[in-house]
Design a protein around this ligand. Sequence first.
Ligand code: SF4
Length: 357
Amino acid sequence: MARKMSRTTSHPPPHDLTKKLLSWFAQAGRTALPWRDAPCGERDPYKVWLSEVMLQQTTCAAVIPYFEKFIAKWPDVKALAAAPSDDVMRAWAGLGYYARARNMLKCARLVAQERQGKFPVAPEDLQQLPGIGPYTAAAIAAIAHHGPCAPVDGNVIRVLTRLYAIPDIMPAGKAVVGEYASHMLPQGCSGDFAEALMDLGATVCKPKNPNCPACPWQSACRAHGAGVPTDYPKKAPKKAKPIRKGWAFWVERADGQVLLERRPDKGLLGGMTGFPTTEWQVDEITAEQAAALMPGEGDWIQVEKEVRHTFTHFHLELKILKCQLLGEGEKGLWCAPHNLHEQALPSVMKKVSALMI
Ligand code: SF4
């Protein structure tokens, strides 16, 4: 049920705020981003989709080189759909969240094979595709077609909870922000509105140091007026991330090549190539227990340094055991250390290889 917008009393009407935002966007919007190569409403849905998938939980600066590489290699969804999975995973390596890359490829193949390369227009149809949630669907619909919807991501939550001093705990209360945004939605240029909000959040209304004097909403902003912009959005207290521990195995055979393995499709780093490892668990695994898990004859030596890496839900402390095999070694994927950069290694495995080479 729609919430009454009583909190907007004595506030400028939403559409006045929208006008101010759009005129700020015309002056100060981030036009140089490579996926903004045409006005909203005329943009290639493939590029909008690709950029939005890459931007989930990553910054524009990190995404730009990846986006440019993908567009150069696979200029449309049919080209991406026809690419071997390993090539796509290799091009994605370093962006993290590999389940997203796998879903992205599934989505491309479905659009190419079952929809003649055309993305749906309506957000509810877009949401039927792999890896497209409510935010990405709304972003594609608004930016590619000026569909009447307002995507709500972290930036939008921050800006609007500050503007209206919304007390709800975020992101659980995201729907409340969506209601405020939908009251501000301009007719016929929802894509510009969406990008303007994203840009205001990314360049002015920053998490720690909002630049309120540069903000088109300074005079209307309740959090600024109360002198507490960074008190919003309200968040539940953070739970400390647990630490998991494990071992990675650097197995070298006589010709100097090292052993790699493809991880199971399901689970963390699913389908990615990496060095064999033990389970990653809260309880310590001793070097002896770890070495007993690896086949092959040779002496195991513990490497002095260890790798530390942070995933979304835990910190990882990864120790390394090194072994020079006496025999040929088992069948599997072997790679010369100087060729490891050609493998689609996820960041944590790149850290292992950087330590060992
Ligand atoms: S006035 Fe400050 S806190 Fe309010 S929306 Fe603008 S930048 Fe954010």
